[in-house]
Write a protein that binds this ligand. Structure first.
Ligand SMILES: C[S@@+](CC[C@H](N)C(=O)[O-])C[C@H]1O[C@@H](n2cnc3c(N)ncnc32)[C@H](O)[C@@H]1O
Length: 276
């Protein structure tokens, strides 16, 4: 996977109507109906979380992946397993289940890595691409026959549309049933053409939902402009959050795209948004 091209764009700087767009969506609700397939996928994820905490998982999630699983903890996850829970063993806080999301997980490599680093918390990897998930032995294949390598029991991959999954997840958070300490958004599609800008998550009506979901949201990207825009959109939408944007160079890549970009010696960027 070497030789990845750097992002090219006809957009000279951060989106010129960023503030207007972000403010508009901050005061409106995203009402597109939720697709049935994502409702079904979400119900599966809910069941997985429940079973995890009730210790009823019948079999280990079996995964087939050619990628080596790197046993390292993404920096933003470090030490968060029992964060703020008053000594809970399994991550449940007074009837609230801790859940980590890995949105746009692709082949699920990051999901496995985050799960290994956080063994007490279920980690849900979500992607709409059956092809990518199938590479990992993922969506709908959890525990299926023919998969040849065991993954951590707290990892679960699901095929779903993020714009819908996030709204369903926020419903659980608002109901006090889920608590999302960490949300990974690693290398989302950049939509680099200026005319495509409003397809980027931070210029889309879904952005307020995304920001409300968890304690820490970590975006990774190989496009500096995307990182700047994302951080600026978060600043406009949630002035009370702490927002950090920085270049970073992971010692060991934890996603397929991260590896590809690193091999191509591209600069990587990280934006971390913390609710304070
Ligand atoms: C550039 S890839 C990065 C994959 C992975 N995070 C990695 O770093 O290897 C972006 C992924 O996001 C997924 N994706 C993009 N938009 C999505 C959406 N609206 N719902 C679900 N998945 C989405 C794509 O299918 C793709 O697998």
């Amino acid at each position: 996977m070497s030789g990845a091209r750097a992002v090219t764009t006809n957009q000279p700087d951060i989106y010129d109507k960023l503030e207007e767009v972000v403010r508009k969506y901050a005061s409106t609700e995203y009402l597109r109906p939720i697709a049935d397939h994502t409702r079904i996928a979400f119900a599966e994820a809910e069941k997985f979380v429940l079973n995890f905490y009730e210790q009823k998982i019948p079999t280990l999630v079996a995964m087939r992946t050619k990628q080596q699983v790197v046993k390292c903890c993404p920096p933003a996850c470090a030490g968060m397993t029992n964060q703020g829970t008053g000594g809970n063993e399994g991550g449940a806080v007074r009837g609230t289940y801790k859940v980590i999301l890995d949105s746009g997980c692709g082949t699920g490599e990051s999901t496995l890595n985050i799960a290994i680093a956080n063994p007490d918390v279920p980690v849900i990897g979500i992607d709409k691409s059956a092809a990518r998930l199938t590479k990992a032995g993922g969506a709908g294949l959890n525990g299926a026959a023919g998969l040849n390598c065991a993954a951590p029991r707290n990892a679960f991959l699901v095929r779903a549309e993020l714009l819908d999954f996030w709204r369903l997840a926020l419903g659980k958070v608002k109901a006090g049933q889920w608590h999302i300490p960490y949300h990974a958004l690693y290398y989302p599609n950049p939509w680099p053409k200026q005319s495509e800008a409003t397809r980027r998550f931070h210029l889309h009506p879904i952005f307020p939902t995304l920001l409300q979901l968890g304690d820490t949201l970590e975006l990774r990207t190989n496009w500096e402009l995307y990182a700047r825009e994302f951080a600026e959109a978060a600043r406009v939408a949630t002035p009370d959050c702490s927002i950090a944007r920085e270049p970073f160079d992971p010692e060991r890549p934890i996603t397929a795209f991260e590896r590809k970009y690193k091999e191509a010696r591209q600069q990587l960027w990280r934006v971390t948004i913390n609710h304070v």
